[in-house]
Design a protein around this ligand. Sequence first.
Ligand code: ATP
Ligand code: MG
Length: 392
Amino acid sequence: MLVRTALEALAQRPIPFLRSAWPWRSLAYLLAGAVPGLPVLGVVAAVAVTSSPAVLAAGVAVAALITPMAGRYERWRLRLVDGVPLPAGDTASRGRREEGRVVALGGLALLVLWWMDLVMAAFGAAGPVLLILSPAVQPEVEPVAAVAASAAGVLLVPVAAYTLTAWAGARGAMTRAILAPQATELAEVLRSRARLVDAFETERRRIERDLHDGAQQRLVALTMTLGMARLDLPEDSPAARAVERAHGEAKQALAELRALVRGVHSQVLTDRGLPAAVRDVAGRSPVPVEVDLALEERLPAAVEVTAYYVVTEALANVARHSGASAARVTGGAADGTLLLEIHDDGRGGADPRRGTGLTGLADRLSVVGGRLSLSSPAGGPTRMRVEIPCAS
Ligand SMILES: Nc1ncnc2c1ncn2[C@@H]1O[C@H](COP(=O)(O)OP(=O)(O)OP(=O)(O)O)[C@@H](O)[C@H]1O
Ligand SMILES: [Mg+2]
């Protein structure tokens, strides 16, 4: 059996466990846990001796300074009882969260963990050691009694080994839980969402191509044929009027289909980038939309497509629900983040629970690590703000 942690070691059979290095590693781990207590004791002693507020303030400052160090020390010594590597932070924001967790762990280590480790190490190890040494430590006791105490101490060694390993294993598990809470689970959820969105994108492109190459071309041909047929018919005849109507409807169907294809995918976005595509959508909105969006360079495709969906859905909502007289799209990229704001002066009351559009946007955004915030009090105005990390 491959044993990687102190807790796993406890599940071994007694003899291999007692002969392994795990009890010793656990003892070393607990003793090493007392190290962060040294500066704490130093500060407490200095404050007690001088009872000066200045020393107290300096002590608090020292504690604040060494907290991150104590956290990093805790992470480092975890390897004594836990050989499973901690998941590495692979994005800047995750790195920052990790730093926060290290600081929190450092604070805990300085306040409570160090003396708990020390007390457990002392109780676990000192009992048997003192008993074993009793002939030497207590010369006044009868030799027979002292030897009996020694023997009892030897018998207690396995008990101490289990106690120390169990406590050290639990402490290690706690450190791991603080440093890497469910990281693997989260990553898997994100990956499966990303797969879903990829599958959706592929299907979307197929529908777009089919519509464009198939139905749209046929409708163009039909419209032209009807137009020519009408020219061949005598004016004012019932047949001419019917063909005229059919021609009009075919043109209408073509216009709707074009709009549908454009809605499914924007050629402008692929060819000319986000600001042009946003201006294109804004230009087709029935509510006047002012656009103030400039980017120095093209963004990664996933970011552009997501941002484009945000703007189309937001402007569709403005047109359908807001009753606004004007709307505005502003934004730009700075510090590796694309920021977009869509503002309308309508009646407000946007509520993600009442439709699928806004929750769909939040899902899409979570896949690219983005964030959506919405402010829409009853009576308006409505403001939607979106941030997407876009460092390429
Ligand atoms: N700009 C807005 N102004 C006022 N109300 C809004 C605005 N945007 C959304 N809403 C309200 O919030 C609800 C939820 O919007 P959402 O986009 O999620 O769904 P929807 O537009 O109704 O349907 P769809 O799933 O087709 O998008 C809407 O039904 C509407 O009542
Ligand atoms: Mg909607």
